[in-house]
Structures are given as C-alpha cells and as structure tokens.
Design a protein around this ligand. Structure first.
Ligand code: DCM
Length: 146
C-alpha cells in the first residue's frame, strides 16, 4: 500500500495545515502535457501541470483524476508521486504525480486556453509557472532523451 492511499488527504493537510494542490505530469507517447492558464490575471498566459485543490475528505490521487476529468475531459491513471512539495500562495502547497491517459484526448475545457504535448527537448519552449518548474524538471527525467 502506498503512502498516498493511507494518507486520506483532506483539503487542509494534517501535517502542515496547508491546502494541497495536486497536479499531473501527464505522460503520453514520450511527451509531457503543458497547459496554459486562462485565469487569474496574475497567472494567465503561464504554463502549468494541470490540477487543482484537494477537496475535504478527498484522497490526493482521486483529486488528481477528478481535476483532469473536469479540466481536460480525459480519464487518467495516477502513477508515482514526484518527490517534493512546493509552496504556492500562502497556505497552499503543490504536490505532483505522474499520470497516464486511460481514455480521451485532452481539451482545454476549464482554466486553460491552450494545451501542448512537449517532448523533452521542447520543455523550455513554454513559460512555466515558477512553482511548477522543479516538478517539470523531475518529469523530464521520465521522458525519452531523443
Ligand atoms: N497552481 C499552481 N500550479 C499548478 C496548479 C495549480 O501553481 N500546476 C496554483 C494556481 C492556484 C492554485 O494552485 O493558485 C489552485 O489552482 P486552481 O485554480 O487550478 O484550482
């Protein structure tokens, strides 16, 4: 059993009191999905790993699947947690999992206005949110180098 299934992560994390935002390094065909935010104004135009807030009583991996369904219209399967935790605005922390597509083709249904599948050598062609950069660098190690 993994740590994430025993930790019934509620919105506020029991360890730190912070709200957990989960995001996916969605990997398919040797590429990583980047999503361009359409809101709020201070984040719009920057690129992120898609995800969102864990709801009270929700497991983080369930939140990840729910967010990808809502935002992208796909069914995804969470993989491994990318080690680390990154601060967002005060009271919020970001945790990232790899994920794979089970079905569907991602479309920017909510929160984003553009999606791009990026190969490893293309990852620095978009302006990632600063807080997502360490996880993107880790995810890059899971992509083929060629
Ligand atoms: N967020 C982030 N990086 C991500 C996903 C989300 O910095 N990969 C931030 C943006 C918001 C907060 O987390 O401040 C909640 O995200 P959302 O508005 O998508 O629910």
């Amino acid at each position: 059993m993994t740590e994430s299934t025993t930790h019934h992560g509620t919105g506020p994390d029991h360890g730190t009191g912070a709200v957990v935002v989960v995001a996916a390094a969605l990997l398919d065909g040797g590429r990583l999905l980047a999503a361009r935010r359409s809101a709020p104004a201070d984040l719009a135009g920057r690129w992120e790993l898609p995800g969102g807030k864990v709801e009270p009583g929700e497991r983080p991996e369930d939140a990840l699947v729910r967010e990808l369904r809502e935002e992208l219209g796909v069914e995804a399967v969470p993989g491994e947690r990318i080690p680390g935790e990154w601060p967002l605005k005060p009271g919020y922390v970001l945790r990232v999992w790899t994920a794979r597509l089970r079905s569907g083709e991602p479309r920017p249904l909510e929160d984003h206005d553009e999606l791009r599948w990026l190969a490893r050598h293309e990852l620095d062609t978009v302006d990632w949110l600063d807080q997502d950069r360490p996880a993107v660098a880790e995810a890059a190690l899971r992509l083929p180098a060629a």
